[in-house]
Design a protein around this ligand. Structure first.
Ligand code: UTP
Length: 233
């Protein structure tokens, strides 16, 4: 059976936005209609605002990066639980417990049409977890759903004129995101450089798209134009 893995950026749960309920409905519909007999879908949810909130709360009193990462991981699992409950309500065949590592995730993924999880260990973000899951499971597609529509040469919030890519190689993406290091908790790049290195060593193609529009995730799963960036593995 074919399988796809999606890194769902935590910012997409957007607690500050009115239409967040519509987004949850939209993403459920997209996943419900594509998962099942022919396609398994693994989803790794990011920490978003609860991760930032928790990390900022303890940062002034705890400097240890691993401690901060553990708070971030708890937030990713919290967000994964929210999505899980929404999918469950819709009748999607999904796991009942959130796996804590890739081995557990694979074992669960074998038994359900949809797998949902958050982070695993300190030292990287959920993008890296999604990329590792895609490689380990032999997924045919890996999607990074984030809150920008493409990969840009520089942060478009800082330079609105920054060049964007429709296609690029993983080597080009590596030049943009820099070395595979995890130096700050809760700090976000378009794709986690640790995941980019893993994708590069395993020849995994990445698809970056704007997950704020859930229909683009559906388009990418369907093999249609998703108006994002294809990063060739
Ligand atoms: P995210 O995956 O949400 O990272 O994990 P991010 O890139 O900062 O945020 P988004 O995806 O753009 O919203 C939040 C934080 O949790 C820790 C890291 O500190 C990360 O920055 N984390 C997460 C881990 O240490 N390990 C994991 O497997 C996942």
């Amino acid at each position: 059976m074919m399988s796809a893995v999606i890194a769902l950026g935590g910012s997409l749960l957007r607690p500050e936005i009115e239409e967040r309920h519509k987004w949850l409905e939209d993403i459920s519909r997209v996943i419900e209609s594509r998962s099942g007999r022919n396609l398994k879908i693994g989803i790794v949810v990011g920490g978003g605002s609860p991760a930032r909130e928790g990390i900022n709360l303890i940062k002034p009193i705890i400097e240890d990066l691993e401690s901060l990462d553990r708070v971030g991981i708890a937030a990713t699992r919290f967000n994964a639980t929210i999505i899980r409950e929404v999918f469950l309500k819709r009748g999607i065949d999904i796991n009942s417990t959130i796996p804590k590592n890739i081995d557990e995730a694979i074992e669960i993924f074998n038994r359900h049409s949809v797998l949902i999880m958050g982070g695993t260990n300190p030292g990287h973000t959920t993008d890296a977890v999604a990329i590792r899951l895609a490689i380990s499971y032999g997924a045919s597609k890996c999607i990074i759903a984030t809150n920008v529509n493409k990969v840009f040469e520089e942060d478009p919030k800082i330079n609105p004129e920054a060049k964007s890519y429709n296609f690029m190689t993983l080597k080009e993406l590596k030049r943009i995101v820099g070395p595979a290091e995890h130096s700050k908790a809760g700090y976000s790049q378009v794709v986690d450089p640790i995941g980019v290195d893993d994708a590069l060593s395993n020849g995994l193609t990445l698809n970056v798209l704007d997950g704020r529009d859930a229909s683009l995730i559906g388009k990418c799963l369907d093999g249609e134009d998703f108006r994002g960036t294809v990063i060739q593995g």
